[in-house]
Ligand binder design. Structure first.
Ligand SMILES: C[S@@+](CC[C@H](N)C(=O)[O-])C[C@H]1O[C@@H](n2cnc3c(N)ncnc32)[C@H](O)[C@@H]1O
Length: 196
């Protein structure tokens, strides 16, 4: 079986072409994008949160999997990148594309209200993690990528990533799967903590 993708969501190719002009080099990989669509489709009428919109590539994948009554809030602090996402995805009434600090959105969002979180930036992954996980409903999913160690990583980043994995593993209210695939994916589903 080949890891190839032959279908790209609405807006994806246009966003990619425009983003390449900007020199932005943290573009998401298409493989986790395809996984995002597949998992998004398991949450009909779902509330989705994306931390780190970038120019909207992963946003396009999420929207592709979401049903018509689902909604997605996505935030990034880079106005230029979010403008690209707005140009190509902003017509979709299911998505709210915000420019701002992910930390503030996390703190403003009601706990126990989100069905699916894609955390693709510092807040929600390397900071404000506990607050982010508290936003998930029971049955809700939390997904992160870029977890496979890279030669280019600093020792500091390697330690941070290891600490993040260890922390997620200690939570008794998360069922976790680590996939050594694509950039290294971790998927967690929130369950009732045995203590509750
Ligand atoms: C890995 S990139 C996101 C890639 C994007 N998901 C995609 O599909 O191409 C991380 C993004 O986080 C944004 N970012 C970094 N710190 C942030 C913060 N504190 N709040 C909001 N966005 C932030 C950056 O501007 C960058 O676009």
């Amino acid at each position: 079986m080949k890891n190839n993708i032959d279908m790209f969501p609405t807006g994806f190719k246009e966003i990619l072409a425009e983003t390449e002009q900007t020199g932005f080099n943290q573009l998401s990989d298409p493989l986790p994008g395809s996984l995002l669509s597949t998992l998004a489709a398991t949450k009909p009428n779902g509330h989705f949160l994306e931390l780190g919109t970038g120019s909207g590539l992963s946003t396009a994948w999420l929207l592709h999997g979401m049903d018509a009554s689902s909604s997605l809030t996505s935030i990034d602090h880079d106005n230029e990148l979010v403008s690209i996402a707005k140009r190509h995805l902003g017509h979709d009434p299911r998505v709210q594309l915000m420019v701002g600090a992910g930390e503030e959105l996390i703190l403003k969002t009601k706990p126990d209200s989100i069905d699916f979180i894609f955390a693709d930036t510092w807040p929600g992954k390397y900071n404000h993690l506990e607050e982010t996980l508290s936003l998930l409903k029971v049955g809700g999913m939390y997904l992160i990528d870029d977890m496979q160690a890279q030669d280019s990583w600093s020792d500091e980043h390697r330690d941070k990533a290891n600490q993040l994995i260890q922390y997620l593993e200690t939570r008794d209210d998360l069922l976790l799967t680590k996939l050594s695939w694509s950039t290294g994916i971790i998927i967690c589903t929130k369950i009732l903590s045995p203590a509750t």
